[in-house]
Every structure is written in C-alpha cells, then in structure tokens.
Ligand binder design. Structure first.
Ligand SMILES: C[S@@+](CC[C@H](N)C(=O)[O-])C[C@H]1O[C@@H](n2cnc3c(N)ncnc32)[C@H](O)[C@@H]1O
Length: 347
C-alpha cells in the first residue's frame, strides 16, 4: 500500500490534533470548570450551562466535531487513492449475505460517527471505517489489543461450543474470540454487508474459520438456545432505546441455559463533568442513541429478557481490562468510559 506525502501529512495532522484535544484541551476545560465550581460552590445553574459558558468550551466543542470530520476526509481520500485489487471481490468463505434485508431507517438516517455514508453504503465504506476506527482509538487498539483484552479479562475462561458476536463490524471483535477459543464455532452478525465482506477477507487471510452473517442483531435467524456465549462490543449505544429490548430478547433466545452475556459499551462514571462530556460527544459525533442508552437501566432490561446476575463492570483498556466493578480509573485526558454488561442466561 503506497501512501503519498500529502496523505501521510493529513493523517498525521488529524491524529495530532485529536491527541491535543484529548490530553490538553479537555484537561484545560476541566480546570476551568473546577476553578469556577470552587468560586461558586453552591451554583444553582445547571451543569450544562456552566460548562458551555466556560472560555475554552467553544474550542473544545468545535475541535471535537471538526477533527472527526477532518479524520474521515483524510481517511476517505487515502482509501479512495488506493488500488485495492480485492475491493470488489465477490462474497466467499463463510459469508451469509441477505440480499432481501431492508436496513432500518434509524440505522441509515444518520452518518454514524460522522462517517460520510456510514459503514454500510458502499464497499469502500468498510475500508474507510477500518482505518478511521484505528485512528479514533489513538493508538490504543494497535494490533487489536483492546479486543484481545476483552476476551482475556471480560469473559470467563471456560470452554464454549458456540459464540455469537453481535454487531461484529469488519470482524475485529470476532477474530480474537476464535483465537481465544479455537474449538468453538464463532459467528459474527452485522447489518452492514461491506463490513462483513471485509471481515471475511480478514479471517481468510488469518486462516480462521468464522461465519459472518448479515442480519439485525435483534433477529439473527440463528437457532434458539444454541450459543453458550453472546457478545457485543460497541454495539448497544448504536441502537435506539425502543429497539434495545428486542436485542436483549434475541440474545436471551440465542443463549442456552447458563450461557454468558458480555456486552461492552459505555456507562456514566459518576464524575459529572466527564459524564456530561461523553453525553455531548454522542451528540457531536452523530451517535444519537448513546445518551439515552447510557441513561437507561439496562440491568433491568437484561433481567426482564431472562438474564440473571446482571451487572456492569468498568473496563480499563490501558490497564487491567475488566475491573470487575463499576469503578473507573481517573485520568486527566479525555477517554471513553468503557464498561461491560455481564449476565448469565437463566434456565
Ligand atoms: C462501532 S461498530 C463495532 C464493531 C465491532 N464490534 C468492534 O468492536 O469493532 C458497530 C457495528 O454494529 C453494527 N450494527 C449497528 N446496529 C446493528 C444491528 N441492529 N444489528 C446488527 N449490527 C448492527 C454496525 O453496522 C457496526 O458494524
């Protein structure tokens, strides 16, 4: 893959901008907030108004959305300039595409993460998403360490016969499952055909036997009570509240008695400033379902679907992974409040 100096410069610029936004502008805004709160300890103004009134807020907010747009521009230009011989390769391997599937409007109406055309609209979109996702993680997921950490620390180390990974994207959450449990049948499910095509290419190159199936995670068409582990990573904040009960019902339908559930996503940390920043991140990053998901009682929702021992645990992607309790490490820079929803299928 050849990269022109201009493309390299564009990607380097966006990455550096995003790093400074996270490790310099965000802490600066926080310091302004803390100073203002110390000056007016009993301030009656709502937190949102107090943060939005701070001198650095305009820069912080603009840079968050503006740098994300720049990222897709840089990545899109780069991907478009590559001659990828495999770009239009027909479906092969264990790839189950559904030509009759109608993508829901709530999925297609938003350019998720501000990616033009989302992850589903063209073959290129999966390549663009893949490179963009790497940059969005700002080096935290090189070699897909994040997803390996999820397998190693958030999932009980016991044998599994069938694992279903809901919302698998281009497979980076799915292939570590197969690598960790080579004897298990592993199935990745996603709505986006381009992502599944890319996932199939990846696992063929890696020599891994994984099925990829195009379906709504809330209606997979897979056999009932057939899975002993149901996972998702970064899926549930992309689903509108009114559809989440159907997703949990499908996970419960797929799960055999005693099967494990592990959904990795985001949760409020109890740090009001940080929680407000992530809530606004969802809005600025075209992730409209993130804030309602974070405000919802998903423990009760999972219990109502038939899971027991349901609990959230913080996930420290830069440290020990699953921390076993909803207590997040404190860091000065902006970072996602990762969390894992655990449960077990009742009899
Ligand atoms: C942020 S990506 C996460 C991909 C992967 N799990 C990971 O960790 O990198 C979310 C994925 O969920 C998919 N998705 C969103 N809603 C879905 C649904 N209802 N059913 C199946 N897939 C869905 C999107 O197409 C996208 O590929």
């Amino acid at each position: 893959m050849s990269v022109s100096l201009q493309e390299e410069a564009a990607v380097d610029f966006v990455l550096a901008l995003r790093r400074r936004w996270a490790d310099t502008v965000y802490p600066h805004l926080r310091a302004e907030f803390d100073a203002a709160s110390a000056d007016e300890p009993g301030a009656s103004e709502p937190l949102a108004a107090r943060v939005r009134g701070l001198p650095t807020y305009g820069w912080f907010a603009w840079l968050e959305r503006g740098s994300q747009k720049m990222l897709w521009r840089a990545v899109g230009d780069h991907v478009a300039s590559q001659t990828m011989a495999d770009r239009d390769r027909p479906a092969q391997g264990a790839l189950e595409l559904d030509p009759d599937l109608v993508l829901p409007r709530w999925y297609t109406d938003w350019d998720i993460h501000l990616q033009p055309g989302g992850v589903w609209s063209s073959t290129l979109s999966a390549h663009v998403y893949e490179l963009g996702a790497k940059l969005v993680m700002m080096g935290e997921n090189d070699d897909y360490r994040f997803h390996r950490l999820f397998c190693e620390t958030a999932i009980a180390p016991r044998p599994y016969r069938r694992i279903v990974d809901l919302g698998c994207g281009f497979g980076k959450s799915t292939w570590p499952l197969k690598q960790a449990w080579p004897a298990a049948e592993v199935i990745g499910v996603d709505l986006a055909a381009p992502c599944l095509q890319r996932a199939a290419e990846h696992v063929m190159a890696k020599g891994l036997d994984i099925r990829f199936r195009q379906a709504d995670a809330a209606a997979t068409g897979l056999e009932a009570r057939s899975a002993d582990l149901v996972t998702s990573t970064m899926l549930i904040h992309e689903i509108p509240m009114e559809h989440l009960p159907a997703l949990f019902a499908e996970a419960a339908r797929l799960a055999a008695p005693g099967a494990a559930l592990a959904f990795l996503d985001f949760q409020p940390t109890g740090d009001a400033f940080r929680d407000f920043a992530i809530q606004e991140h969802g809005a600025r990053n075209n992730e409209p379902y993130m804030a309602p998901m974070m405000a919802a009682d998903l423990v009760s929702m999972a219990q109502a679907a038939g899971f027991r021992n349901v609990r959230w645990a913080a996930f420290d992607e830069r440290g020990a992974g699953d921390l076993g309790a909803p207590v997040w490490p404190r860091r000065s820079e902006w970072h996602f409040p990762w969390a894992v929803l655990h449960g077990e299928r009742g009899a």
